[in-house]
Design a protein around this ligand. Structure first.
Ligand SMILES: [Zn+2]
Length: 432
């Protein structure tokens, strides 16, 4: 299949050549050229009439099935929210719930320009099946947790599930699905269990997805218990030898920052979730100055309460300007990098996040024919400071449109809505 997208204002995210006016040639799942190529003979031509085309957004930290718990428990801090309200309902979830919750989240993400995401949850062979069918890219991980004092984990049920997920789905769906290993956090695990998980990670040489230093309380309790920060504890247990996603990282010490730098740990900042759970504001300007890779996430729709990366880009930039009283602390280009190329690095997706020849054709088209995008003089500013998620007109992953002209191609939208309402009715009944 040869497709020509013509008359585009292209945000390439290529540092040397960030904006190109012209065409994009796509052959099968890859970009053939950006700009002009008179020798390209397409099967199909799509004229985007001057609209913005840019890399697909990457949601580098989320828990997709939790979309079923959107607006279920609000106005609480992390610990009360998670342990008193969320976990008791999660304990009732079955694979059917996980499948439809994942599909609901994917539908919302596709409609708002997300092409890839990193997911941490449980029973997530169902999430993998949803992603197989809906055409997105995903790094999926089974959240490992241990609250008892065992020291032997040979037959641990959760680890068995994590390995089953890995064996069944890692590097499947033409490489769209990757499976990472996840230790949920230091406050939901014991030290012997963390050490055991680290040996599995090294054996498989697999990517890792963690929550680190989300709240001040997490740091204080970890220091009291282990005389180490969460980062130091993970390191002492043998983590960080492979690609690592460290969600939140709100409260890193200088020593933690040095460890992140030394071990190439990828931070995923989740500004809305951190604000809503009153966790704080991650000093990402400082982390950037320290040379750390920072990607962007929504966290779950239960603590956000949507999966809208346009909102996260906007907030990530504005929060740092305001807190640091510095308008260039996080520029529009920095925010866009966090939502695209930095996310691709964090997830280990090769040849992704920048629109250029031979990279994967993961892109979105933004309809700029809207009053709130009129006029715009700088497309980078337009996307970060003015655009809304609903301005995304079309979404492509690996050369295939998952949404075109706002029409969803790969998901039965009415079925997702029907199943969501059915499951939500049961949850509401259980909770009364
Ligand atoms: Zn999270």
């Amino acid at each position: 299949m040869k497709l020509l997208i013509k008359n585009a204002e292209i945000i390439t995210m290529d540092y040397d050549n960030p904006i190109v006016k012209g065409d994009i040639g796509i052959v099968d799942e890859k970009i053939a050229f950006i700009g002009k190529d008179n020798n390209f003979t397409p099967d199909t031509i799509k004229d985007v009439k001057g609209n913005i085309v840019m890399p697909g957004l990457i949601n580098a930290h989320t828990h997709t099935p939790m979309s079923l718990l959107r607006c279920y428990a609000d106005d609480l801090d992390l610990h009360e929210w998670l342990f008193d309200r969320i976990v008791p309902v999660e304990d009732t979830f079955d694979e059917n719930d996980i499948y439809w919750g994942s599909m609901l989240a994917c539908l919302e993400m596709i409609e708002s320009g997300v092409t890839a995401f990193a997911d941490m949850y449980f029973l997530n062979t169902a999430t993998a099946r949803a992603v197989q069918q809906n055409g997105m890219r995903a790094n999926i991980s089974r959240a490992l947790q241990c609250f008892d004092d065992r020291t032997s984990f040979e037959n641990d049920k959760l680890i068995r599930q994590a390995l089953e997920l890995y064996n069944q789905f890692h590097n499947t769906a033409q490489g769209r699905i990757m499976v990472d290993i996840s230790a949920h956090a230091v406050y939901t695990n014991t030290k012997p269990y963390l050490k055991y998980i680290a040996t599995i990670i090294d054996e498989l040489n697999v990517g890792v997805h963690l929550h680190i230093s989300e709240t001040e309380r997490e740091n204080i309790e970890c220091l009291e218990k282990y005389k180490m920060t969460p980062t130091q504890l993970f390191l002492s247990c043998g983590f960080f030898n492979t690609r690592t996603i460290a969600a939140h990282s709100v409260y890193l010490t200088q020593d933690d920052i040095d460890i992140y730098k030394d071990k190439n740990i990828n931070i995923v900042t989740n500004p809305t979730s951190n604000l809503k759970l009153a966790s704080g504001i991650a000093p990402i300007g400082k982390y950037l100055r320290n040379g750390l890779n920072i990607a962007l996430g929504t966290d779950s729709a239960a603590s956000n309460n949507n999966l809208n990366l346009f909102e996260e880009m906007h907030l990530a930039s504005l929060l740092q300007k305001g807190v640091n009283k510095d308008p260039i602390e996080i520029s529009a280009f920095d925010a866009l990098k966090m939502a695209t190329v930095n996310g691709a690095d964090a997830l280990g997706i090769e040849n992704c996040g920048v629109l250029k020849a031979s990279n994967v054709a993961d892109l979105i088209i933004i309809n700029t024919d809207k009053p709130h995008l009129m006029p715009y003089y700088n497309p980078l500013s337009a996307v970060v400071y003015s655009a809304q998620a609903a301005d995304v007109d079309s979404v492509m992953v690996a050369g295939k449109f998952l949404m075109e002209n706002r029409e969803i191609k790969s998901i039965d939208v009415e079925q997702v809505k029907y199943q969501t309402k059915k499951i939500a009715a049961r949850i509401a009944l259980q909770s009364t």
